[in-house]
Ligand binder design. Structure first.
Ligand SMILES: [Zn+2]
Length: 248
């Protein structure tokens, strides 16, 4: 089984019911966090997870509404006694900025800090991040204001794709090709973002079964957003909500 739990679904401005968009993926022994914001330990516990169980962290791009929680996550995992290495995956630009951020926090002085394995992902399509027999994660560059990558997760139980922050692009169609679920941003107005109808068009072109809209303005009408996406897509459309869990 593969499950996604949305830890947040808002665009850059959250509200009391919506954290910024980030989620976890559970499959077999894998427990992957995709982006990390706010107060991660609190959020993971609210979702019923043991924070120490995280097996990897994927950073889609280096905007604060996607990475602001990383230093606190690392600090707290260290204080909670984590010993296992933690792999972090990101584009070259993302890992470079991550290292600068952690240097400002003086992480080299954290005694007994667990090993963080930095995986610098090239900006090429369908690059494997994790390649197991039963769990495979691929990334492709997408079209945002800064370097950003979308994802595809393949398991024996099905495939899930994530657009990350992007304007509508063919790379996401290819990432999501024939997937069971596409998680697509629906920010609307703004450079490097997509409207719900455009997310619907991408889902239709990719031939996915279900479309989950995330990274949306919290002051909008979720039903309207779903209708707009459905105008371009024949499948199921859901406005994802915080702490919603979806399994295949
Ligand atoms: Zn962004």
């Amino acid at each position: 089984m593969i499950s996604i739990t949305f830890l947040g679904t808002a665009c850059a401005v959250p509200d009391k019911d919506h954290q910024n968009t980030h989620f976890v993926v559970e499959s077999g022994e894998h427990f992957l966090m995709v982006d990390c914001v706010g107060n991660p330990i609190v959020r993971l516990e609210q979702a019923g997870f043991d924070p120490l169980a995280i097996t990897g962290l994927v950073l889609t791009h280096f905007h604060p509404d996607h990475v602001s929680g990383v230093p606190l996550l690392l600090l707290d995992l260290w204080l909670m006694g984590r010993k296992n290495p933690l792999p972090i995956y990101g584009l070259h630009d993302v890992i470079l900025r991550f290292e600068k951020m952690m240097a400002l926090y003086g992480w080299e002085d954290w005694k007994g800090f667990f090993t963080v394995e930095l995986h610098r992902i090239p900006s090429t399509e369908m690059t494997p991040l994790i390649q197991g027999d039963a769990f495979q994660v691929l990334s492709s560059p997408v079209l945002h204001m800064i370097p950003a990558m979308g994802l595809r997760i393949n398991t024996k139980d099905g495939a899930i794709a994530y657009s990350a922050d992007t304007r509508p692009c063919d790379a996401v169609v290819r990432l999501a090709d024939g997937a069971d679920i596409l998680i697509h941003e629906a920010t609307g107005e703004g450079d490097g973002h997509s409207f719900p109808e455009e997310a619907g068009t991408i889902a239709q072109r990719a031939g996915v079964r279900e479309l989950y809209l995330v990274h949306y303005p919290t002051d909008g009408d979720p039903n309207l957003m779903v209708e707009q996406a459905k105008s371009a897509f024949d499948g199921i459309v859901v406005a994802a909500q915080d702490l919603m869990k979806v399994s295949l």
